[in-house]
Ligand binder design. Sequence first.
Ligand code: CU
Length: 157
Amino acid sequence: MKRTLFSSILFAAAVAGTNAAAAPIRVSDVWSRPATGTAVVYATIHNDSAEPDRLIGATSPIATHADLHESSETKMPAMSMSSGSMGNMPMNGSIMSMKTLPAIPVPARGTTSLKPGGYHVMLDLRHDLRAGETVPLRLHFAHAGWIAVTATVRPIR
Ligand SMILES: [Cu+2]
């Protein structure tokens, strides 16, 4: 009898612990753009827990592959624009590039924004994306596990 009661308490504690850990990550404002070949997905990720987490992967039925990317803009020194010795310099004086990341950090009790010019999920598309379409995605977090979200394809303005 005593042992049964003890087991029940342990079980209740385990369930409570599971529930407490089940919803530390909230994902909002998930969106994409009309695209052919590859598409970007942006989102806002909120971490309500005291532990940092990491987005470590993503999948979507409309994509053959998904990567985590970070865009960055490299400013070219103004000097090289007029030197005449570097003919391939872009006229706007900067180069946009992106790299694949193993993970995107989400700080404890913090927010990480996936947005144009920064972090994003890159999809290799099975079909073109059109404005108004919705895209199911699953985001994989190191601690929170898999979270299903839906991206809305916003028109290009
Ligand atoms: Cu990218």
